[in-house]
Design a binder for this molecule. Structure first.
Ligand code: ADP
Ligand code: MG
Length: 323
């Protein structure tokens, strides 16, 4: 039905549903999150928008390390002295994170938090070399023990902490997209900071997502048309401070306990936002060469990397499309 016939129906049947784009953006998870969707009944559409925002909040309440009351914070407090029983949702996401650690050869590692908790990017605080050396052994995803039957998490030694910041926003938008599809929504865009998931197209045209220039705030490196896909960007410009000519940003090399170098931004595109999120962080840590090699081995996923000298590299699927 075209826009004109929708209008006619609306005039003939007062009180009947009005089709429209509806959406909302709020501050959550330390960033801006949003959902926009098309619905034949705008009132129902607005309800669904609220349902998605409620799910974002619930995920944040479960997985935030900033909230003492979150399930994840409880794991961090207790799992070095006992096995902690957790929800299916948290268990499954931690399991996916550990799988990605294996696939990325340890570049993605949620135990980065064992040192990572000592950074505070808002106030410009970082750990000393001694602080890092004392805790570096606790960064190792193999120290996280999962018991599938009991559905528990335990840490193999004291000092281990986990943080799902590299994967939870992607999970949130993927989860939101699943909720919308189950409710019959065919066109939507869900965003949480650097992670975007689109459902369908934008009613006749592709969604277009721009990749920000990592240094020039208003410039776009490239634009990508997307349909039923996810795109995640990890950048060193989201959360950082500078000290002594050095940039301290929020993506940590698990081998050193310090911010990684060599990449300004890493973007990954693919069908699942949980994975594009985890992969963008992984590629950022791995660097252009090993990062692209990782992406090439995962079917359906593509990457764009901006390296320290501002040079762009594309995975083969995108390089072919760009020709
Ligand atoms: P953004 O949060 O800007 O979307 P990312 O998806 O790359 O960017 O997530 C960065 C977050 O990932 C950090 O804030 C931190 O919580 C977490 N993180 C940092 N280093 C690692 C790492 N080596 N492995 C897994 N997670 C990490
Ligand atoms: Mg990520």
């Amino acid at each position: 039905m075209g826009p004109i016939s929708v209008l006619v129906l609306t005039l003939i049947l007062p009180g009947s549903a009005v089709a429209a784009w509806v959406g909302e953006a709020i501050d959550l998870m330390g960033t801006r999150v949003s959902v926009d969707l098309w619905h034949e009944d705008a009132r129902r559409g607005r309800e669904l928008v609220q349902n998605v925002l409620a799910e974002y909040r619930r995920i944040d309440e479960t997985m935030s390390t900033y909230k003492e009351t979150s399930e994840l914070s409880r794991v961090n407090r207790e799992a070095d002295s006992k096995s902690v029983a957790v929800s299916v949702e948290l268990f499954d996401l931690v399991k996916r994170a550990l799988n990605l650690s294996r696939t990325s050869d340890g570049a993605f590692d949620i135990t980065y938090e064992s040192v990572g908790y000592l950074y505070d990017f808002r106030v410009g605080r970082h750990p000393s070399q001694t602080d890092i050396e004392m805790r570096l052994d606790a960064i190792n995803y193999r120290l996280v023990e999962l018991d599938e039957t009991a559905r528990t998490i335990a840490f193999a030694r004291p000092g281990v902490r986990i943080n799902l910041g590299g994967i939870a926003k992607g999970y949130a938008v993927e989860h939101g997209a699943a909720l919308l599809r189950a409710a019959g929504v065919q066109n939507a865009m869900l965003n949480a900071g650097g992670d975007t998931r689109v459902v369908g197209d934008r009613r006749g045209q592709a969604w277009v997502v721009g990749i920000r220039h990592p240094r020039l705030a208003d410039e776009i490196v490239t634009r990508l048309p997307l349909q039923d896909e996810a795109i995640s960007t990890s950048g060193d410009y989201e959360r950082f401070f500078e000290e002594g000519g050095r940039r301290y940003h929020h993506i940590i090399n698990p081998l050193t306990g310090e911010p990684t170098q060599g990449v300004l931004s890493a973007t990954v595109i693919g069908p699942d936002a949980t994975l594009t999120d985890g992969l963008s962080t992984s590629v950022f840590v791995l660097g252009p060469e090993d990062g692209l090699a990782l992406i090439e081995q995962i079917p359906g996923y593509e990457a764009i990397i901006v390296d320290a000298s501002g040079r762009l590299s594309f995975s083969t699927g995108l390089a072919a499309a760009a020709e």
